[in-house]
Write a protein that binds this ligand. Structure first.
Ligand SMILES: *Cc1c(COP(=O)(O)O)cnc(C)c1O
Length: 393
């Protein structure tokens, strides 16, 4: 019996089984590589689902976290800290946010969405428009905006007055957004739906319709933000400014943090003193991690790296691959005639961590530090991986 199989057996005796059986027991990571408890190494092309933006053990992040842990990990929101203020200022600058904009720090993506939902209620309206295929999180508020019935239905009733429209359908959007709409909530690229991009035209229409009807445009950049697509935030490619944006995943490089960014003075004063809060949100440890991530992305030009390395997948033509989607280092490989779970398992056997994001597509969300040589290693191994998967299924 391996160390891993013993631990996995104990896992099933100790954990609530909401995630299904874990694939591996991981022990450590370095750069884009992780090692399991039995010493096997894998190229991590998932990075904790778009979280480990700097890979594993990046010295800038390790040092920032160690230094901040020595100074103060947590102080409560009766007080504030320099890292929190610096990180908020930095995010507003990177987002080209106008004067009067603000940041609310939370601890996860779902919590950032919860803050956005409460923000939208302060418009005096209740209706929220979201997209089919959307994923906004698992807390009961965020779940109401998450389209997948299997996630949502066991927990209904959830918050009412949420309408789902088909992504990319301009007519449906025109019909759905009106004077009763509090917010339109959109992921610029739908990650969990299988890396489905919305066009710049659609995003601009979303901006136009919400402005015209006095509704908030909330962009969920939890997966697409912090450089993942080769821009700081995916919506910047469409040249729009939202009313609010949610962040999490990549922001802390693995240290839990979420954020709601509100754009402009009017939106940023909708939530007043006492109307929202969190114990851990904005703690100096997470904020110091966020600053180290943003500094490193800038210093190492990881936006450029995401673009150039990601572009290697644009031209992927291979037997068993019907299409590739996505931008930067948020990518999906659509398979034909090969179930994605079988391909994921074969990739893992071959030493590559990827994710079967749909029954037919693999998702790649590697660290933004991924090199061309590392990705080439996967591309070279892919024919054999797909062949193994084809014969196993
Ligand atoms: C992951 C994700 C969330 C939820 O974030 P959690 O930190 O898991 O709560 C929400 N929206 C999008 C787009 C995500 O990818």
């Amino acid at each position: 019996m391996t160390v891993g199989s013993d631990l996995l057996h104990r896992y099933s005796g100790a954990m609530v089984q909401v995630f299904g059986p874990p694939q591996l027991v991981l022990a450590s990571g370095h750069g884009c590589w992780v090692t399991d408890v039995d010493g096997k190494r894998y190229l991590d092309l998932l990075s904790g689902i778009a979280v480990n933006a700097l890979g594993h053990g990046h010295p800038a992040l390790v040092q920032a976290v160690a230094k901040q842990a020595e100074q103060a990990i947590h102080i409560s929101n009766f007080f504030t800290s320099e890292p929190a203020i610096l990180l908020a200022e930095r995010l507003l600058t990177l987002a080209n946010a106008p004067a009067g904009s603000g940041v609310f720090f939370a601890n996860s993506g779902a919590e950032a969405i919860e803050a956005a939902i409460k923000l939208s209620r302060r418009t005096g309206r209740k209706r929220i428009v979201a997209l089919e295929g959307s994923f906004h999180g698992r807390t009961t508020g965020a779940l109401a905006l998450t389209h997948k019935p299997a996630y949502r239905e066991p927990f209904e009733p959830l918050i009412p007055e949420v309408t789902f429209v088909p992504p990319g359908d301009e007519e449906a959007l025109r019909e759905a957004v009106d004077e009763a709409t509090a917010a339109l909530v959109i992921e610029p690229i739908q990650g969990e739906a299988g890396v489905r991009e919305l066009t710049a035209e659609y995003l601009r229409l979303a901006r136009e319709l919400t402005s015209r009807h006095g509704a908030l445009l909330v962009l969920d950049e939890i997966q697409t933000g912090i450089g993942r697509t080769g821009h700081w935030f995916a919506h910047q490619a469409a040249g729009i400014i939202p009313d609010a944006m949610t962040l999490a995943k990549g922001l802390g490089g693995g240290v839990p943090i979420g954020a709601l960014v509100t754009f402009g003075g009017e939106v940023s004063t909708l939530l007043g003193a006492g109307q929202h809060g969190t114990t851990f949100g904005g703690n100096p440890l997470a904020c110091a991690a966020g600053l180290a991530v943003l500094d490193t992305i800038e210093r190492e030009d990881l936006l450029g790296n995401a673009r150039t390395v990601g572009a290697m997948l644009d031209s992927l033509t291979l037997d068993g691959v019907s299409a590739t989607r996505g931008r930067g280092l948020l990518r999906a490989i659509e398979l034909s005639g090969i179930p994605a779970p079988a391909a994921m398992a074969a990739a893992r056997e071959a030493g590559f961590i990827v994710n079967a994001v749909t029954p037919t597509a693999l998702r790649l969300t590697p660290p933004l530090i991924l090199t061309e040589a590392e990705l080439q290693g996967f591309i070279d191994a892919l024919p054999a991986i797909l062949e193994t998967a084809r014969s196993a299924s």
